[in-house]
Every structure is written in structure tokens, then in C-alpha cells.
Design a protein around this ligand. Structure first.
Ligand code: TEU
Ligand code: CA
Length: 544
């Protein structure tokens, strides 16, 4: 693969609302992020992805934008934004913004003009006089009646997130202008929100009856999308030194290559979700017990599927997913399993994405009361589950505690003080009580901490190109507890061994096993014979 900064880099995702408050109002903000650049520099990350900070009525915490060129006052001002870009760049860190253009807020002036039927804006959104049968990602119907325009409009997410009509060239022109605005301000790329949903089938036909996302066959990876994305690439992206990562649920490696292969490059990489179904049926609101094989299998499939043809993104967490150590790790082996999971994912081929708090092993919020959760998806899914699936309050609360997006949105745990060092005021969402032991300050004191381990992984990645560019082979695809894989670049061989269980497990013999030097492990003195509970080892070897 061609060598580029975004392939070699490590990305850190910031959810601004929950990262650092600077003025005591209980909401994280841009000056707060600026003040935490030393943390990012110490960790060694080279790119920040910032979740939306644009003007928004906050129906979906900023993923409903009412002005793409303004900063939400809670987060600060445009001057704060410029200072953050400069501060990050000075620290050698690039900045990637969230680009949310499948939909706007219903309070965006375009939507309001469309409601009034103003000629330029009439077709900016999807309108129908008869109600369609598509359902929303957040539960419930995707078509809502607007009494003023006397028509139904499409919203794949909340009612307050109407979908833009990408068939309209003026919409695409507006999006390109927004992209240029931010690139000219100095940002280094975009994380493109739900980008594989933007193209909808002509006439918006009704969908086949189904429980999950009725209508999806009419918009998921619709063929028209390639024309739209190559237009953005040719007219905007190709003129800047930047990169894009598309958020694309429901893609296979084969479909992925239609977006990211070297000769297409509509996007530089994408987020796939197959491994996020390791503990659920399809979507996390239908839970099933976690089995390591269900995490290994999709990850290996993606490694093999893109090998030599496209570039993977590597992640276990983001602001929509419960905490990985709570899902795939262990309470009893908190530290060991957090480190093992980091080893498992970040030694694969691709660009690593760390979500704030993952570097100290933050756990799920697991709040007991529905009223503790603010997330719109959580609240809608609770209602949908009670009404449509006829589940009891207790049954639904079990799902909420496990699946809610607020599990990942509790304030960043900086220290052991009452609000975890996040705010002097009242935090917008409760701080996890475990911040007394799980926090950045404690980890900084401890050379064996999860934080120190992340720092080491990032440093190793800078030292050994095999971690970035090496070829991948799964060594034990059928093993139920151990994930073992190999990376090879030139004559350097890396062997990664991860135990996903609390049982000490003998390492089976595989061709060319063992030997070399252990460059990383989450226990002192690893043995090449066996793996202790949640143990991980990385061995480096030279081919003879
Ligand atoms: O998420 C898209 C998406 O597919 C999610 O709605 C996902 O199904 C859900 O969060 C799983 O819990 C993106 C953003 O990451 C998310 O925060 C936004 O709410 C959504 O788009 C709408 O913009
Ligand atoms: Ca604030």
C-alpha cells in the first residue's frame, strides 16, 4: 500500500460535550479541548476526530445541524475553533471534522424554506404526498407529516433530522461549499456521517416488510452514490492534502472496495460494523451472549478482504457504542482485558481510532433508571420496545443498560475529584462513580497502567512499519478463546496472541510458531507455551 500520513497515524475521537468543560456550565467545550492537548501529545496520537461542534438544537447532540459554518455557543466561538486548529497543528496533530450531510436539522433555514415551498429549496429534501412505509434508525416511522407544506418528509433518524435530497445539484453545491469552508480554515479531513445512506431510489418506493430498517433496500449503498462521492472528490477533496473516513453500516468488504479501492478513492477508508454484532443480532437492541469467535471472524474477513486493495479503519469504540471492556473484556481482569483488546485491534492492518476514555479502560455507565439516560436513540428505542415488541420495563431496562449510547458519553474521567475533573459545575450527564479509581491522573502515576500501555502501542507503531503495513494472516481461525495472527513485512514477522478468556490456555502449535523477541505483553514475562487470563503477547522475529 502507498505510504500516507493517515495510514501511519493514530486517530483520537473527541466527543466534545463530554471531554472537558472550561467554564463550569457542565458542557465540554473547545477551550476545554485546547487545555487538554498535552494529554493527546503524551499519548502520541497524530490526528483528532472531533464530533460535531456546529450550531444545533441538539435533538441528537449536534448530529442535527442548523448552521454548518457556525459554532454551537455552548462549545465556544469561531475564534476558539481557530485557536484549537492552531494549537493542535502546533502540537503536530491534525484535525478531522464530522461532516453530517445525509440530513440537516429541521431548524436549518433550508428546511424552513422548503416547508414554505420556496422555489430554490422546494426539492432540497424528500417530500411525498402519500406516507411511505420506511422506518427510522432510531425506531418508529421515517416519514412525518408537515402541516404547512401539507406533505410527508423523510427522516432516516429523528423527526428533527430531515434527509437532504442529493439528486438536487444545488444541494451538492452547498455541501461542497461547506467542505471548502472548513478545509480552507485548515482542517485536514472529514469523518462522513452515515455517508452510504445519502442516495435514495427514484420515487422513494415502499420497502419490503421487515423488523429492522424497513426500506433499506432503497437507500443502502444505492448505485447513484458513486456519482455523488466522485463529484465531491473531483471538485473538492482532490485539491487538498486531506483524508476522509466514511461511516458505513451494512457494507461487505466487496462493497467497501467500490468506495475505497486505490483506483476509486471516493473515500480513503470506512467504518464497517460487522464486528460490532459480536454480542447482538444485527443491531445492539437485540442482544446475544458475546463469543470471541464472533469478533474474530468479521475482523479477519475484513483484513483478508481489503488486503492489498484497500485500507481498514481499526476501532472498538465510538460515541454510539457501549464501552469495549464492558462488552468484550472482563470485570475481574479489567486492566488485563483492556490491554489485550487494544493489542488485538491495533496490531491489525489499518488506521487505529481511539475513543476518548478507552485509553484508561472506561466502562459502561450502566445507569439503573431510564431518566438517567438522555440519548434520543435510547429513549425512542425504549418506547418502541415497550410498544412494538411488548417487552416489560425490566426487560427493556436490561437492554438499555447494555446498549445505550450514553454508556460511552459519560464525562471523561480525568481525576478522582467529585466531577472527575470534567467540570466545576453540574455535568450534563452523570459522571461514572468508578472515576475514583479509573482516571487519567491515577494512570499517569502508574507505569503498568492502561494509559501507559496505549502510549507504548502508539510508540511501537511509529518504530516498526510492519505494524502499519505488514500483511495479515489469521493463525487460528477456529480457536474459541485465542485470537492469533501474523503480520509480515519484508523479512520482519510479527506474531500477535490474545486470550479472550479467564482460563489459562495452552498455545496450540501452528506452522512456524514461537521464537524471536517479545516486544509487548500485558503480563510481566510472557511464556510462549501458554496464555494466562486475558493475556496478550506480541512477538517479533526475522525470517531466515
Ligand atoms: O450514526 C449512524 C448510525 O448508524 C447510528 O444511528 C447507529 O445505528 C446507532 O447510533 C447505534 O446505536 C451516526 C452518528 O454516529 C450518530 O451519533 C448519529 O446519531 C447518527 O449518525 C445520525 O446523524
Ligand atoms: Ca462549557
Amino acid at each position: 500500500m502507498k505510504h500516507t500520513w493517515y495510514r501511519e497515524g493514530v486517530v483520537y475521537q473527541i466527543y466534545p460535550r463530554s471531554f472537558q468543560d472550561s467554564n463550569g456550565d457542565g458542557f465540554g467545550d473547545l477551550p476545554g479541548i485546547l487545555s487538554r492537548i498535552p494529554h493527546l501529545r503524551d499519548l502520541g496520537v497524530s490526528i483528532v476526530w472531533l464530533s460535531p461542534v456546529y450550531a444545533s438544537p441538539n435533538d441528537d447532540n449536534g448530529y442535527d445541524i442548523s448552521d454548518y459554518r457556525a459554532i454551537q455557543p455552548e462549545f465556544g466561538t469561531m475564534e476558539d475553533m481557530k485557536a484549537l486548529i492552531a494549537g493542535l497543528h502546533q502540537a503536530g496533530i491534525r484535525l478531522v471534522m464530522d461532516l453530517v450531510v445525509n440530513h440537516t436539522s429541521d431548524e436549518h433555514p433550508w428546511f424552513q424554506a422548503s416547508v414554505r415551498n420556496e422555489p430554490r429549496y422546494r426539492d432540497f429534501y424528500h417530500w411525498k404526498t402519500e406516507k411511505g412505509n420506511w422506518t427510522s434508525f432510531f425506531g418508529g416511522e421515517a416519514w412525518t407529516w408537515n402541516p404547512e407544506r401539507k406533505a410527508y418528509y423523510l427522516h432516516l433518524f429523528s423527526k428533527k433530522q430531515p434527509d437532504l435530497n442529493w439528486d438536487n445539484p444545488e444541494v451538492r453545491q452547498e455541501v461542497k461549499d461547506i467542505m471548502r469552508f472548513w478545509l480552507d480554515l485548515g482542517v485536514d479531513g472529514f469523518r462522513c456521517d452515515v455517508i452510504n445512506l445519502i442516495a435514495k431510489a427514484d420515487g422513494l418506493p415502499n420497502g419490503k416488510p421487515t423488523l429492522i430498517l424497513q426500506g433499506k433496500e432503497h437507500y443502502l449503498n444505492h448505485p447513484k452514490i458513486h456519482a455523488y462521492l466522485s463529484e465531491l472528490r473531483d471538485d473538492v477533496l482532490s485539491h487538498y492534502d486531506c483524508f476522509t473516513v466514511g461511516e458505513t453500516a451494512f457494507v461487505s468488504p466487496k462493497t467497501a472496495l467500490t468506495y475505497i479501492s486505490e483506483n476509486v478513492r471516493e473515500l480513503d477508508m470506512l467504518f464497517q460494523f460487522d464486528h460490532m454484532a459480536a454480542d447482538c443480532h444485527f443491531v445492539k437492541w437485540f442482544p446475544k451472549p458475546f463469543r470471541p469467535i464472533n469478533l474474530k471472524r468479521p475482523l479477519t474477513r475484513w483484513q483478508e478482504g481489503l488486503q492489498g486493495k484497500g485500507w481498514n479503519s481499526l476501532y472498538l469504540e465510538n460515541h454510539d457504542q457501549p464501552r469495549s471492556v464492558s462488552r468484550f473484556g472482563s470485570e475481574a481482569y479489567h486492566k488485563e482485558s483492556a490491554k489485550m483488546l487494544a493489542t488485538m485491534i491495533f496490531f491489525q492492518q489499518g488506521t487505529p481510532f481511539i475513543y476518548q476514555g478507552q485509553e484508561i479502560g472506561m466502562k459502561n455507565a450502566d445507569f439503573p433508571n431510564l431518566s438517567d439516560y438522555q440519548d434520543i436513540e435510547t429513549q425512542n428505542m425504549y418506547r418502541t420496545g415497550r410498544k412494538l415488541l411488548l417487552l416489560s420495563h425490566e426487560q427493556m431496562m436490561r437492554r438499555v443498560r447494555r446498549a445505550s449510547r450514553d454508556n460511552a458519553r459519560t464525562p471523561m474521567q480525568w481525576d478522582a475529584s467529585p466531577n472527575a475533573g470534567f467540570t466545576e459545575g453540574k455535568p450534563w450527564l452523570k459522571v461514572n462513580p468508578n472515576h475514583q479509581s479509573i482516571n487519567v491522573a491515577a494512570d499517569r502515576e502508574d507505569p503498568q497502567s492502561i494509559l501507559a500501555f496505549f502510549r507504548t502501542i502508539i510508540a511501537l507503531r511509529k518504530l516498526h512499519p510492519v505494524i502499519v503495513y505488514g500483511d495479515f494472516t489469521d493463525l487460528l481461525p477456529k480457536h474459541r478463546r485465542i485470537y492469533a495472527y501474523r503480520r509480515i513485512l519484508g523479512d520482519t514477522v510479527l506474531t500477535v496472541l490474545c486470550n479472550f478468556s479467564a482460563k489459562t490456555t495452552k498455545i496450540p502449535r501452528f506452522p512456524g510458531a514461537g521464537g524471536g523477541q517479545m516486544i509487548l505483553g500485558n503480563y510481566p514475562l510472557g511464556s510462549p507455551e501458554l496464555l494466562r487470563p486475558y493475556e496478550s503477547q506480541v512477538w517479533m522475529n526475522t525470517k531466515k
